[in-house]
Design a protein around this ligand. Structure first.
Ligand code: SF4
Length: 73
């Protein structure tokens, strides 16, 4: 993956504060992304959110192992 993390959003307020410019916010940790982490979130410098971030998870992963695919058995 060389794309921005799908859990990355931008918010202009949070943690009881508001900002003039939207800041990077992680939907997994429910916290603003620190500047060092933002490079991973944005997949800069060949970083990959899926492998380089310990918070990342793949929301599609559960449906690809077959356990939830057939519910009528
Ligand atoms: S890379 Fe990690 S910290 Fe950044 S938005 Fe994705 S899950 Fe959150």
């Amino acid at each position: 993956m060389d794309e921005t993390c799908q859990h990355l959003t931008y918010r202009e307020e949070g943690d009881g504060k508001s900002f003039e410019t939207a800041r990077a916010f992680c939907a997994v940790t429910e916290s603003f992304v620190q500047p060092m982490r933002a490079d991973v979130c944005n997949a800069r410098y060949d970083l990959d959110p899926a492998t380089d971030c310990e918070f990342y998870f793949d929301p599609d992963a559960e449906t690809t192992d077959g356990t939830d695919a057939d519910g009528d058995r």
